[in-house]
Write a protein that binds this ligand. Structure first.
Ligand SMILES: Nc1ncnc2c1ncn2[C@@H]1O[C@H](COP(=O)(O)OP(=O)(O)OP(=O)(O)O)[C@@H](O)[C@H]1O
Length: 477
């Protein structure tokens, strides 16, 4: 692997619209949400995470097979330009995301913007015109999971492999055939296989053909999206070994997506762990598998079986459901399942609205007969307040308050006793009909370099550190 940075993905986002069928938008699926990383020439970056966390969408958006919603992708550039891209993008991002901006910051933002806008148009794939993107396409190629559907059954292998060469290069017919002969041997098949149809091949052979097609135009980067997941275990190892050989011979960079942690471990130089469209951790492979930092990575990796029966390993079972990418929680997206969550990790009035409604509903709780009737519950996400409105003036305010307090305590128990610490105060509004539960504003974790070359997005690794937060006096108590 060289030190040359071949790919810089900068704050990339892909949100899918959710149309209601009547021309209006119901919201977005945040499939990729602010992803930043670099890849070096000859490096394999493994991408892991539970199903639906955005791995495929990330790969497709980088390769411009899906149009990005926001962010930039710099690829295959002169190293000085690449360095400039990183400098400009990072400065712009940190300036524009400052909570309070000085006059000097505002002036600098304008200056960086003036330089960045034409720079992006010229160099960022997400801002280029289709014709310009086409020039880069030959240097980045995808290989997908399903070798059965990715090859046109009516075409000879010769024509299938020739497609990218015809489309993206100026090679003559003779040159294409020459290249095909060379490449078919490289993937372990022979020249006469060029004159057969896809159905005449096994799954493993078809995936070899898919790889041959991708490397025929001598790209620099391959997106390998679960390339062996549809194959028998015995065939998987052969394909993985072949991919390693091809990588060495051609000095290729791989973006390697897989559910299989052992495959990721054996293939990758560095690993990206994703959760709900965001990167939660990036580190060199050995470090990630032995000294993982993020609570999610710890849980994910605890699921790998240990071959030695004498070695005891604790399997961390995550409670709670994966939140919807349409309406992800505030703060850290993982906080509601996190065994190490703290009071500022993202608790929201949303968490209390249902339990409070249930406790005051006579159909769900017989004891609610003695309680006043709720007319409305309003979640004010902006101010982090839950407003509970009753149908009429509440006489025994103390009793209602203690019921609400007991719900908060009960809910907190399920959240390892943490959530109650997120309550700033519970007060009656002056009309005597409404109760307001105010929660603290959660912090949003940033991807920070916690150790050398080891990045993690978790408040445990940002200041104020865990102890400070946990020992802070709790105004809700
Ligand atoms: N074309 C689309 N339109 C709307 N939503 C989409 C589309 N493609 C993906 N999604 C949604 O985006 C999110 C991320 O999906 P993606 O396929 O990228 O995840 P993944 O990690 O690759 O999952 P898997 O491991 O199952 O392939 C999911 O919630 C998915 O439902």
């Amino acid at each position: 692997m060289e030190d040359e940075i071949i790919l810089y993905v900068s704050h990339l986002k892909k949100y899918f619209d959710i149309p209601n069928g009547l021309g209006r938008n119901l919201g977005y699926v945040k499939a990729v949400d602010d992803v930043t990383f670099t890849a070096k020439k000859g490096e394999t970056i493994g991408i892991v995470g539970e199903t639906g966390c955005g791995k495929t969408t990330l790969g497709r958006t980088i390769l411009q097979l899906t149009k990005a919603t926001d962010g930039n992708v710099y690829f295959h550039l002169d190293q000085d330009i690449m360095k400039k891209a990183i400098e400009l993008e990072e400065e712009y991002y940190s300036l524009t995301h400052k909570k309070e901006k000085s006059e000097e910051d505002k002036r600098r933002i304008k200056e960086v913007e003036d330089e960045l806008i034409p720079f992006r148009k010229k160099y960022s794939l997400t801002k280029m015109k289709p014709k310009q993107i086409k020039e880069y396409r030959r240097y980045m190629q995808p290989v997908f999971q399903d070798p059965f559907s990715s090859l046109d059954p009516r075409k000879l292998i010769k024509d299938i492999i020739a497609e990218p060469m015809k489309l993206l290069t100026n090679m003559s017919k003779e040159e294409i055939l020459e290249k095909e002969k060379e490449i078919i041997n490289e993937i372990g098949l022979s020249e006469d296989h060029l004159y057969r149809f896809p159905h005449e091949f096994s799954g493993g052979q078809r995936q070899r053909i898919g790889i041959a097609r991708a490397i025929s135009i001598e790209p620099d980067l391959l997106l390998l999206d679960e390339p062996t997941s549809a194959l028998d275990v015995s065939v998987q190892a052969q394909i993985l070994n072949m991919l390693k050989d091809i990588q060495q011979r051609h000095n290729l960079t791989y973006l390697f997506i897989s559910h299989h942690l052992n495959v990721i471990r054996s293939m990758s130089d560095r690993v990206i762990v994703m959760y709900l469209g965001k990167i939660v951790e990036i580190a060199e492979t050995h470090t990630l598998f032995t000294e993982m930092l993020h609570p999610y990575t710890k849980a994910l990796l605890s699921a790998i079986p240990v071959p030695d029966p004498d070695t005891k390993k604790q399997h961390i079972i995550l409670e709670g459901e994966i939140p919807s990418p349409v309406n992800p929680p505030k703060g850290c997206y993982f906080h509601n399942r996190c065994p190490e969550a703290m009071r500022n990790c993202g608790w929201s009035p949303r968490d209390l609205s249902e339990p409070i409604r249930d406790a005051f509903d006579v159909f769900r709780n017989p004891e609610a007969e003695a309680l006043p009737e709720i007319s409305k519950i309003v979640v004010d996400e902006g101010n982090n307040i839950l407003h509970v409105r009753f149908s009429s003036q509440v006489q025994d305010q103390q009793k209602v308050l203690s019921v609400v307090q007991s719900i908060v305590d009960k809910e907190s128990l399920g959240k390892r006793g943490i959530m109650y610490k997120a309550i700033e105060n519970i007060t009656w509004e002056s009309d005597g009909k409404s109760l307001a539960i105010k929660m603290i504003e959660p912090d949003v974790p940033k991807l920070v370099e916690a150790k050398k070359d080891h990045f993690v997005s978790c408040l445990l690794y940002e200041s104020p550190v865990k102890e400070e937060i946990e020992n802070a006096p709790n105004p809700g108590n």
